[in-house]
Design a protein around this ligand. Structure first.
Ligand code: AKG
Length: 263
C-alpha cells in the first residue's frame, strides 16, 4: 500500500500532478513492455478493444488502443488491484475504481496533443485521476507531457469549440516539461492543463494511461466505452468529421487513418 510522504502530497496539491520515479521494478517494466507489444498486435475488432491509427512518415501506425483490460489478464491484475490502485486511492482520499484505460503509442512521427484538460472528455463523473505509466522513455524529443502547474484549481479554462484550452489562453500559460523513464509514473487530475509535442525521434514513446474515479461515484467503465462507440458511429454518419478524432475532444494533432482502409 503506497503511503506517500507529506512532501509528495504537498507537490500534488500545489502542482496538480506528481511524478514518482521507478514506481515499477525492471521486471515489471519488462512485463509491461511485453504486454503493450502483445496488445498492439491484436487484430482490430468492432466490439472488444479499440485501436486507432495515424499516418506517419513510416506509413499508418497505431496511435492508441483502448478497452483492453477485460482481455488481458496481466494488465487487468496490474490496473485493478495492487499498488497503482492504492496510490490513486490515496490521492483520491477514498477507494478508486477504473474508469477507462488507453495506450498512446506515439511512434516516430506520431502526432502531439493540443493543450487541454481531460475533464471535458470524461463524462458521467466530475473528477478523475489518471496514472500515466511510462513504458518507453518520454522526453521533449519523443513527445513527453507538459503541464501548467497549479492551474488545476480553475475549473474549465478557456474551453474552445474543440474542447481544448483556447490557443491564446494556452500561449499565456507557464508550461513545465515532465519527462519520464520506463517504470516511472505520473499522476494527474482531470483539470490540470497538459499538452505534448509530436515524436521527432526514431524511437517509439509508448505510454499507458489508467484513469480512475472515486468508487463512491459508481463504476462507469462499461458505460463510458458503450457511449464512446455509439458517439463515434454517429460522428461517422453526421458529416461532422468528428470521427477523425480519437476522443470526444479534438486534441489529437496527428492525422488519423480509418482501420478499414488498412491492409
Ligand atoms: O500521450 C500524449 O502525448 C498525451 C495524451 C493526452 O494528453 C491524452 O490522450 O489526453
Amino acid at each position: 500500500m503506497p503511503n506517500l510522504n507529506s512532501e509528495l502530497h504537498q507537490n500534488w496539491e500545489t502542482d496538480g500532478y506528481l511524478r514518482i520515479p521507478r514506481f515499477f521494478s525492471d521486471k515489471e517494466v519488462t512485463d509491461l513492455q511485453t504486454w503493450v507489444s502483445e496488445i498492439s498486435r491484436w487484430k482490430p475488432t468492432s466490439d472488444k478493444w479499440m485501436h486507432h491509427y495515424e499516418s506517419t512518415l513510416n506509413g499508418p501506425r497505431l496511435s492508441r488502443s483502448e478497452n483492453f483490460v477485460p482481455y488481458h489478464i496481466g494488465m487487468k491484475a496490474t490496473v485493478t488491484r495492487g499498488k497503482v490502485l492504492d496510490v490513486v486511492s490515496e490521492l483520491m482520499r477514498e477507494p478508486a475504481v477504473l474508469y477507462k484505460e488507453k495506450i498512446n503509442y506515439k511512434y516516430p512521427g506520431g502526432g502531439g496533443y493540443a493543450a487541454h484538460q481531460d475533464a471535458p472528455a470524461y463524462e458521467f463523473v466530475n473528477y478523475h485521476i489518471t496514472c500515466l505509466i511510462s513504458v518507453d522513455s518520454a522526453t521533449p524529443e519523443t513527445g513527453c507531457l507538459y503541464f501548467a502547474p497549479g492551474r488545476h484549481r480553475e475549473g474549465f479554462i478557456a474551453l474552445d469549440e474543440k474542447g481544448c484550452v483556447a490557443p491564446e489562453a494556452a500561449a499565456e500559460m507557464a508550461w513545465v516539461e515532465a519527462p519520464t523513464n520506463p517504470g516511472d509514473i505520473l499522476l494527474f487530475g482531470s483539470y490540470i492543463p497538459h499538452k505534448s509535442p509530436a515524436n521527432r525521434s526514431d524511437h517509439p514513446r509508448r505510454i499507458i494511461y489508467l484513469t480512475y474515479n472515486a468508487s463512491s461515484q459508481g463504476d462507469w467503465r462499461e458505460r463510458y466505452y458503450t457511449d464512446k462507440r455509439k458517439a463515434f458511429s454517429a460522428y461517422a454518419k453526421d458529416g461532422s468529421n468528428r470521427d477523425k478524432q480519437i476522443s470526444k475532444i479534438a486534441h489529437f494533432q496527428g492525422k488519423t487513418v480509418n482501420h478499414a482502409k488498412l491492409r
